[in-house]
Each structure stands twice: as C-alpha cells, then as structure tokens.
Design a protein around this ligand. Sequence first.
Ligand code: HEM
Length: 436
Amino acid sequence: MASAGDTKQPAALPPETAREVIDPKAYAEWDGLLDTFDRLREEAPVAKVMPETEGLFEPFWLVTRYDDVMRISKDNAAFLNNPRPVVFSFNQAIEFSRAATGSDMLVDSLVVFDAPIHPKYRRLTQDWFMPRNLGRIEEEIRALAHRTVDAMIEKGGEIDFVKEVSGPYPLRVVMQILGVPPEDEPRMQMLTQQLFGGQDADLSGTGMENMTPEQVVQLVAGAVKSFEDYFAKLAEDRRAHPTEDVASVIANATVDGEPLPPRDMAGYYIIVATAGHDTTSASTAGAMQALANDPEQWERVKADRSLLPGIVEEAIRWTTPVQHFMRTAAEDCEVGGQQVKKGDWLMINYVAANHDPAQFDNPRKFDAARSPNRHLAFGAGAHQCLGLHLARLEMRLLFEALLDKVASVAPAGEAKRASSTFVGGLKTLPLRITPE
Ligand code: HEM
C-alpha cells in the first residue's frame, strides 16, 4: 500500500480490501470494517479502489481520514455532487438509469444538484426545517414520543426495539410533516427500504440474497416510480388546499418564477420522505443498544438529563447511519498526499471519518459525555443534512419519554445490522424493558 505522504500514483487497494469496502455485508459485520478503516487511515488514507472486473464500476478514491472528509465536504466548488451518482453505484445501475430517465441518477433531488441550482432548491424548505419553525410541531412530536413509549411498555417484557419504537416513530414524524396518512406508512416504509436497503434481503422485502446489480436497480426503479405517482397526487391536493406542512411548501414552490418541473418536485418529496426516518431510526436504536449494554451509563443519564443532548449527538456519531456519499473532482488537486485528477470519483466515508482516533478519543466507545463531538454524520458544507435539527429534536423527545418511563433496559437476543453500503444500522434490536 502507498504511505500517507506518498504523492505518486498509488497501487490500487488489494482486491480483498476493495471488495470489502463496497460489500453491503461488510457493513452488516461492522467491527471488521472498522478494523479495515483503521488500517487504511494509517497506511492509505486516500486509496484507489479499482474494479476486479472491467466495467463493473468506475475506479474511485476512498477517503477515510476525518480532516480529508471534512475538507472535501466543505469545498463544494472543487468537489461536485453532479453529474456522477452521489452514492456508490455499479455501471450497470448507471446505464439502467440513463436508459430509463436520461440521467445517471434515478432521482433528481437536492443531493444531486450543485450551485447555482442547489441553493435555489435548498432555500425553498430551509426555513421550514429551522428550530424556530420546528417549535410549532414540538408538542405534537412529544405526544407521539410518549404514545410510542407507552405502546412499547404495554407490550411488555421483551420487544424488538426497531420494530416497536425506533422504526415507526421517525417514520410517523416525517409522514406527518409530508401529510401522508398513517394507513399509507407501511407502503412508504417498504419503498424507502427498497430505495436505501435494496441490498438487504430482509429490508427489500424480496428475501433474495445476493441480488445482481441489475435486480437491485430494477427494484429501486420500481420504488422510485411508485413514489413519483404517490407524490404527484399529494402535490395536486396541496396546490388546491395548501396547509402549513412541508408538502404544501414544495407543491407551491417556484424557482426563477417557475413551478418545479414534475421530476424535480417528485425528487424533493422523495428525499424528504426517505432521508428522514431510517437514518434517525438507526441512530436511536444504536443508542439504546449501547445503553442496554452499559447500565451504568443508562443510570447516569436518567439521573442527569443535562447529558441528553450529548447522548443524541454521540448516538448519531457512533452509528453514522449515512455511511458515505460520492463527489467528483472539478479540477486536478491533491488530497491526503494523492494527486486527484479532474473528473475523478471520490467516496467520502463518514463511518471511517467518525472513527478517526485523530479526532475522537477511543472512537469505538459510546460515550454519553463525549466533548467536543464534532462528528461528520450529518456531512458538512452546502449539502449538510437539511433535517439535522428535526433529527435531534425527535431523538431528544423520544429519549426524554424513555428515561421517564423505563427503569432499566437489557439486551434480549442478537441484534442484527442491515446489509447496506449507503444507509445502514440496526434492523432488529431485541431488548428486555422494565418499566418504572
Ligand atoms: C442530507 C445524514 C436525518 C433530510 C444528509 C447528508 C447526510 C445526512 C450525511 C449529506 C450531507 C452532505 O452531503 O454533506 C442524516 C442523518 C440523519 C438525518 C445521520 C439522522 C440521524 C434527516 C432528516 C431529514 C433529512 C430527519 C428530513 C426530514 C436530508 C436532506 C438532505 C440530507 C433533504 C439533502 C441536503 C442537501 O443536499 O442539500 N443527511 N440525515 N435528514 N438530509 Fe439528512
């Protein structure tokens, strides 16, 4: 492997490592993957990943150090989201998308745009997602958090925390702000999981292990089409009967004096509908797993609620549900000692960055009192997560309800992570709950 200071073109990562960093199953294993990232940060912090089979995917640079991921995220002029797919994709998937939509991406949304379009689209909903506006819906979310915890306690004893709590709660919040009625939630959940977790046999609903890239992309394309049809009807309704929800903001928005084209409008709904729940769910479940394994920390937070914002932040860092995004270099440049050429593709790996010991002491430890905690789980720069205040609010309110109503929590079986390179985290978390 090339050393960190080497500015020559490096040897590509050995095939077994290259395979691992794009293998959804490696992300389900987690600890082994973190070991690999530890090694890469030391030995090849900006490492070339080449396909073993020609044409399988475009080569890319894997970026694992916190400082490099931060720099790339913040320099939105030098590292572009467009035109290459913003998440890791096989060439077959890109070709399929091109044939189906004329674009390399199946969905056009905020994450696909760069300046000057991106700020115009982002501005449309930015204020809606700021704390001042979210204050309007805080009581509703608090009530939902309490209802969710009450229902969990009523079930009693051993529960799957993901199924009963961390899954449905953020889904309901996002669907509420989009004005999607509760009876349509299971459909939204399934479509989101097909979009993000298409690589996981349980989550995709196919039960199929080892789907080919073509099968995955067909599943994803089907999910996109269903979303588009659903949200076209919703937008029509909100144009006729606007309310204060974010669905109405999007339906009635204009950019440069024109309403959004149908593909962009669908993309806006899809990103809000999908980005907001499996992510928050994964962070919430991860925190509960950590606390169930460490009763002393649970007791400490129960006794001192001032630790709560810290718990939320640490949960988000420790789980890092959005595991990577991709960027394309706009110019020749140097990153971490490597010469990156204009047009090169880069994977900014948030999991690796958030476990960088140069930034976080003992990074694998869940530490409710970690300070400072300047994690990169929400990204940074112009694309930094639009929903970060909502995610923090939801998690704080849920943990307040849990700490009020649950005396103790303990593991009750094997927790399982999703097989996914993009949005990952726990898909089951068996816990034994003892109410107050
Ligand atoms: C973008 C993470 C919750 C909506 C992002 C990005 C990350 C991220 C890493 C890309 C940042 C970048 O490229 O620099 C997370 C995590 C969450 C979470 C870890 C929960 C713990 C939410 C919620 C919503 C949301 C609740 C909304 C309901 C979005 C949107 C974008 C985004 C719309 C695209 C922003 C843009 O490109 O301008 N999120 N997110 N996210 N997130 Fe989140």
